[in-house]
Structure formats: C-alpha cells, structure tokens
Design a binder for this molecule. Structure first.
Ligand code: UDP
Length: 491
C-alpha cells in the first residue's frame, strides 16, 4: 500500500517525451508505479514500451482539445510553424481541466509536469499533491536563465555585436543580445512566448521542486549554485537515457520511427574505422533555409570527413521535396563517405557506434547529453530555446567541443553559417592534438555519467533521496501544505 504512484505529464514534443519515458522507466526499475498522461501521437510510443515489457500506466487525453482552434492533425510541437505557437499554447491551457479530472480520480502521490504547464502547480495543489517541474535541461542553463531574469545584463550593451557577461555565475559566460532574444524581448515586446516564460519561472518557484536530467560530476558548480545560491529544491537523476541499458528494441524506436533501416545504418558504420565518422543532427524542431543546408553540404564535403547527416523532413523545411539545397552531384560524389538520412535517425544507436568520432549538434539538451554519454567531442551549433546556454557548458566549462559560431536565436529558417566555419569546426574536433584532447576529456565524462547512475552513484543517491521525501509526504505530511507549496520566493 506504501508503493509510490507518480504521474508524468510531458510536453507534446519528442525532446520532452523521450526523457519522460526514460524517467518513467527508471522510476519503475526502482519500484515506483508510474503513469504517463499522454496525447494522440505519443500514445504509440508508450504502447511500444509497454509491449517490450515495461509496466507503464497511460491515460490518453484528446488533443487538440474540444474548444481548441488548432487544426485537428496537429499532435506535436514539431509539426507547427511559429505562427501556430500561440494557438498551440492555448490548446495546452485547455488540458488543465482533463488533467485535474485524472488527478481527482486517481490521486497519485506526485505530479511531474513539464515546465510548459505552469498551471500544473495549482492543479496539484487542489488535490494536495506535490508538483515537480521537469524542464528537460541542465543546471547551467537553469542558472543562466534565472540570472538573465535577475540581472538583465543585455541592457548594458549598446549593440547586437557587443558581448556581455552573465554576472555572478561560476564561470565567465559571454553572450550577445541576438543569442538570448527570448529573454531580451520580455521588456520590449512581451510576446506570447516571453509572457509564458515569466509564468513558467513563477510556477517553478511555487512548485515542490525540480527534476534535472543531469549528473553532479558534469556540472558540480551549477548544481550547487542552483540549489544553494538560487535556493531551488532540485534533484539530479540523469543521464536518464542510461536507463535503457540493453534495451535495444526500445532504442530503435526512440521518439519516432526511424527513416532508415537501423541494421543497414549500423552496417554502414561498422564498415568504417573507429572515430572516423562525424554525425550531424539538429534535433526535432529547428529548421534551416535552403541556403544554409547548401552550406552544410559543402562544409561536410570540404572537411573531407566521413559523415552521417540527418536532414529534417516536414512541411516547414523549405523546398522539402525538390531538394534544391543539395549541391550538384553531391550524393554521387560522397557516396562512399557520407550518408544522408531524410527524416528521423536512430540517434542513440548511431552515437554509440565506435565509428562515430564527433557530433555536430544543435545543443538540445537531450542531444548534448547523448553526446556526453557517447564520449565524443562536439561541434556546437545552437539554434533556439536554451541551446545557447547548453553550448557554453560544452565549449567553456567541459571543454569537449568547439562552437561553429552561430550568433542568432531563430527556430525556423536559421542561417548565417558559412561552409568554411563548418569545415574548420569539424576538423578541430576530428583531427589533431586539440581534437584528441577533447576526445580524452569527453571519454572521462562518459565514464562519470555511467558511474553516476550506478548503485551509490550521485544520481542514484539523489533519486533515493527524492523517493524518501515523497514517501514521507505520502505517509503523513499531507496536512502540512506549506511544505508542499511554497509562496513566491524573492531573491
Ligand atoms: N532524435 C532522434 N532522431 C532524430 C532527431 C532527434 O532520435 O533524427 C532524438 C534525439 O536523440 C534526442 C531528441 O530526439 O533524444 C531531441 O531532443 P533534443 O533535446 O536534443 O532537441 P529538440 O528536438 O528538443 O530540439
């Protein structure tokens, strides 16, 4: 009767659903009952995990909800262009009522709700259930975001090219205004996205705590800063992806169905020398202009490296069908050394293959952590969201990667990086003494990641501490609402 029951409510996007599913699996492996509140489009993923023996509970909500104006075929954030985001955000608001019905009916012991559901803190409070926030990012990025809000250092520069330092952080992290435009806009435009960001931050301070998909040894200064200086209650329980040890079947269907036969892809990699292939992928949400895709192709070509390049397919990728972006004869010319995957790639399996020696990444946190766990140096190419913060962890703090030099935050139609910059950055991680040094360091972090999730490792221990606290709440502290919900803190 004392078994904990945790409800998870992830954002409707692959980058949020993937770690949530990992989290649910991890909790199950530690004896906790879990249920995911899902929506159509993601239920299949959970169903697959269940079929491969994972005892996850699931409730599927209607999406788009009844009163939403969102077109019926939209099931996930990766399907929409920027103009639909306000409508998508409104549809997420409409999920509050059905979620509360579930909480009332099943009364779980905890609700782990994505940052994009700021109302979840009030919903959980109605039923005296602690709400934990899941952002899906690292400590450094959580600290940076908070310092950006508190200090507004972007106000101290007079041009978009002038750098500013984010004050009072453990390292001297420098940015320019166009890289943090979503913070900068708060004062200027107050658009829907930035208003939402303010609500998210406010909701976080009232929530019981925060779950972080990271591990202490990766960013000890920022784990301490977040918990001791910013006084947030947080548990690091990652890397969550490592809960998939041996789960080959699940890995193959991670996120979406692969656009390429996985065996074929691995066979191709197996025919290559160790550390000789660079893997290039920009996650599930960002898109480039045709011109930028053209530059990437040329950059890969002149770098002389073997590569796997994942090109997103979808209606937002410009000129998707015609592929005018491919240089004349590119695929023929590179057929022995390159593989283009159009659509979804089996990323985890690719990164784990010993032929892969480098990763060009957009610094989405899942991808970044997957790069860390594979022990490969990275070319960092942040595009939007908190990716410019994650980049700094890789390049300035861990020193396991080099930046390609993107200066502009822009989710759709990103561009501006020339082939020479791509070539140089790729060579720096794949060749020479500098690359070897980064690889050595990256391998050390890979080992530390593995140890963190082992019995008595830092993440293992932190998860124990969380379960102990939730169990204590379950057995007797429900009446102490002050412990469950904090009033808004001022720092
Ligand atoms: N991913 C994948 N195949 C792809 C693209 C992405 O398996 O072709 C996975 C990737 O391994 C990661 C997630 O999708 O787990 C993307 O999350 P991330 O935080 O890196 O970026 P986002 O897509 O949220 O921008």
């Amino acid at each position: 009767m004392n078994q904990l029951h945790v409800f998870f409510f992830p954002l409707l996007a692959p980058g949020h659903m993937i770690p949530t599913l990992d989290m649910a699996k991890l909790f199950i492996s530690r004896g906790v009952k879990t249920t995911i509140i899902a929506t159509p489009g993601f239920d299949k993923l959970i169903e697959n995990a269940r079929e491969s023996g994972c005892d996850i509970g699931m409730h599927v909500l209607k999406f788009p909800p009844e009163k939403s104006e969102l077109p019926d075929e939209i099931k996930s954030l990766d399907q929409i262009s920027d103009d639909l985001i306000p409508m998508f955000a409104k549809a997420l608001e409409l999920l509050q009522e059905p979620v509360e019905k579930l909480l009332e009916e099943f009364h779980p012991d905890c609700l782990v709700a994505d940052m994009f559901f700021p109302w979840a803190v009030d919903s959980a409070a109605k039923f005296d259930i602690p709400r934990l926030v899941f952002h899906g990012t690292c400590y450094l990025s959580l600290c940076s975001s908070e310092h950006m809000r508190i200090y507004e250092p972007f106000k101290n520069v007079s041009s978009d090219s002038e750098q500013f330092v984010l004050p009072d952080l453990p390292h001297e992290l420098k940015f320019t205004r166009p890289q943090v435009v979503f913070h900068f806009d708060q004062e200027e435009i107050q658009n829907d996205f930035t208003k939402q960001l303010i609500r998210i931050q406010e909701s976080e301070t009232r929530s019981y705590g925060v779950l972080v998909n990271s591990f202490y040894e990766l960013e000890p200064d920022y784990a301490d800063h977040y918990r001791k200086v910013l006084r947030r209650k947080a548990w690091h329980i990652g890397p969550l992806l490592l809960c998939n040890k041996g789960g080959e079947e699940y890995k193959a269907q991670r996120g979406k169905e692969s656009a390429i036969d996985e065996d074929e892809c691995l066979e191709w990699l197996n025919s290559k020398d160790p550390n000789s292939v660079v893997y290039v992928c920009f996650g599930s949400l960002a898109t480039f202009t045709e011109k930028q895709l053209h530059e990437i192709a040329n950059g890969l070509d002149i770098s002389g490296q073997k590569f796997i390049w994942v090109v997103r397919k979808g209606k937002n990728q410009e000129e998707d069908e015609t592929e005018n972006w491919l240089p004349e004869g590119f695929e023929e010319r590179t057929k022995d050394k390159g593989l283009i995957i159009r659509g979804w790639a089996p990323q985890l399996s690719i990164l784990e293959n010993k032929a892969v020696g480098g990763f060009v990444t957009h610094c989405g946190w899942n991808s970044t952590l997957e790069g860390v766990c594979s022990g490969v140096p990275m070319v960092t190419w942040p595009i939007f969201a908190e990716q410019f913060f994650n980049e700094k962890l890789v390049t300035d703090v861990l020193r396991i990667g080099v930046s390609v030099g993107n200066k502009q935050w822009k989710r759709m139609g990103s561009e501006g990086i020339e082939r020479e910059a791509i070539d140089t950055a790729i060579r720096r991680i794949m060749e020479g003494e500098e690359g070897a040094e980064m690889r050595r360091r990256a391998q050390e972090y890979k080992e530390k990641a593995r140890k963190a999730v082992e019995e008595d490792g830092s993440s293992y221990t932190d998860l124990n501490a969380l379960f102990e606290e939730l169990s204590a709440i379950k057995v007797g502290q429900r009446d102490n609402r002050d412990k469950l919900y904090r009033t808004k803190e001022t720092i």
